[in-house]
Design a binder for this molecule. Structure first.
Ligand SMILES: [Fe+2]
Length: 370
């Protein structure tokens, strides 16, 4: 027996048998995931199976998900301003300037500047992103932000745009362009977040322009046209063997040539003034805009995503929102512990300082003076 275990051939056979058994045990999980928002071609060998995608698995999931989400948009869009609703369904985004009074806007700026809460940082290429989760405890310090997030107008628009009858998860987010050494920011490549409609929003606290990288979107690219289905079909077959990291994870990257093949126009930069609310269906192609210089922008950022195969939009239960925020906190702490065991930091790790542009420039000036 000992001889068999030590023999390289036997070890190889044992490992292959073990791998087969694990795959067999996981197969039911991978199959169930087909009916959820799971999107990774890499982590789920059924979603990433080339033969199944040749038979149209990926496109079939898209068609079903888009049909069901359209029903949910209709269910939650009955009390939405007609023009906003039409614009969102036609273009995939809406931008509402001067959404709050000057007084409310100034109060929010002050609250963001003085908030005392856990800050997490993520580095993507040469961009740093800072986020503060706006859970119930943090919102107690921020009465104007809390009032905005709970207002009927904010909630009804977000529920409609996400097709989900629960409140989104919200953060104070600061994007810091060219704040770190590194390659180009991967979020600055045009991409679709996932195969089904999904919502993100930005209430901008700073003016957005080519200096600090405005949100960039391809109008109408959220719609499931025949040309889009053809492109998705070809991409789904191709990436089973040879996809870039992000496309293989289910966030398909698109080039200008791809946009033309899908009959889409070019991307537009949403250079909008502060106090503008932008809500987008990020199934449509979008990216962080290019920034001409080291710069930052701060916003109240919200997102909402759900199982697109569930025809029911859900119920707005404050207890559920609380649990959702707690679960996010626990998940981040779990990632911290897991990374710490490897002697590393998690991708969204806690940072001591929020590092304003002035702080960084002061350090640079000191270095230059030295
Ligand atoms: Fe995205």
């Amino acid at each position: 027996m000992a001889w068999h275990l030590q023999h390289p051939h036997s070890i190889c056979v044992t490992l292959i048998a073990l791998d087969g058994m694990i795959k067999l045990l996981l197969l039911p999980v991978w199959l169930i995931q087909l009916c959820t928002q799971a999107k990774s071609f890499k982590n789920n060998p059924v979603i990433g199976n080339q033969m199944l995608n040749r038979c149209g698995l990926h496109v079939l999931r898209m068609v079903l998900a888009h049909g069901i989400m359209r029903l949910r948009f209709e269910m939650l869009g009955r009390n939405i301003d007609k023009k906003l609703k039409q614009a969102f369904l036609k273009d995939g985004f809406i931008a509402i300037p001067n959404v709050l009074s000057a007084e409310q806007y100034n109060n929010i700026k002050n609250e963001v500047a003085s908030v005392n809460a856990e800050v997490r940082e993520c580095k993507q290429g040469d961009t740093l992103t800072h986020r503060i989760l706006l859970n119930e405890t943090v919102q107690k310090q921020l009465p104007t932000i809390s009032a905005m997030l709970s207002s009927d107008s904010y909630l009804s628009l977000h529920k409609f745009a996400s097709g989900k009858n629960t409140r989104p998860v919200s953060y104070i987010q600061t994007i810091k362009n060219h704040f770190s050494d590194g390659a180009a920011d991967p979020q600055k490549n045009l991409h679709s977040d996932t195969f089904h409609p999904t919502m993100k929003s930005w209430y901008f606290l700073d003016n957005c322009d080519s200096d600090n990288g405005p949100f960039t979107y391809v109008p109408g690219s959220h719609r499931l046209t025949l040309a889009r289905m053809k492109w998705e079909y070809e991409k789904s077959v191709f990436i089973c063997n040879d996809g870039d990291k992000y496309s293989s994870n289910g966030s398909f990257r698109a080039t200008e040539k791809d946009l033309k093949a899908m009959g889409l126009g070019g991307p537009i930069s949403l250079a909008v003034p502060a106090n503008t609310l932008v809500i987008a269906n990020t199934h449509g192609f979008h990216r962080r805009g290019d920034a001409n210089k080291r710069s930052m922008r701060t916003e109240i950022w919200s997102m909402s995503r759900s199982n697109p195969f569930n025809p029911l939009p859900g119920f707005d239960q404050p207890a559920f929102a609380k649990l959702q925020n707690s679960a996010l906190g626990w998940y981040r702490e779990y990632c911290d512990r897991k990374a710490a065991k490897r002697g590393a930091k998690s991708s969204w790790h806690v940072v001591e300082s929020r590092n304003t542009l002035d702080d960084v420039d002061a350090v640079t000036m000191e270095k230059e003076a030295a």
